[in-house]
Design a protein around this ligand. Structure first.
Ligand code: SF4
Length: 114
């Protein structure tokens, strides 16, 4: 079986072809650099994504947040439920850890809010 993917590691967006035998990867082609092969293998075996969202503040505002590393794709919905329950107290600075260890990642602030 051939699976076609678009590499999302950089803006070049190479078209990748992954030859699979069941769950085993036979070959990866179409990548311009080694990162594309690594992405294709990850996407076919254990797909991951970084999550971006917002967290509510006590004063009714929201602050932008993201995971500090990718989490398993199938955990995104549960991650969003955890983020949506959180309420923070200002001030918040970029890089502040808002929630620790959500499926292996920390949720960190991506904006300053005073
Ligand atoms: S294969 Fe390399 S050059 Fe192509 S999109 Fe992926 S990271 Fe960018």
């Amino acid at each position: 079986m051939i699976r076609e993917l678009t590499c999302i590691v950089c803006p070049q967006g190479c078209s990748l072809k992954v030859e699979l035998d069941g769950k085993n990867i036979i070959s990866v082609s179409g990548n311009t650099c080694p990162r594309g092969e690594k992405y294709a293998i990850s996407e076919c075996t254990n797909p991951e994504r970084c999550v971006t969202s917002t967290v509510r503040c006590e004063n009714g505002e929201v602050v932008a947040v993201k995971t500090d590393r990718p989490i398993p794709k199938e955990k995104i919905f549960e991650c969003m439920e955890i983020i949506n329950k959180q309420i923070v107290t200002l001030p918040i600075s970029i890089g502040d850890v808002i929630i620790t260890d959500v499926f292996g990642a920390n949720i960190v602030a991506t904006q300053n809010k005073f």
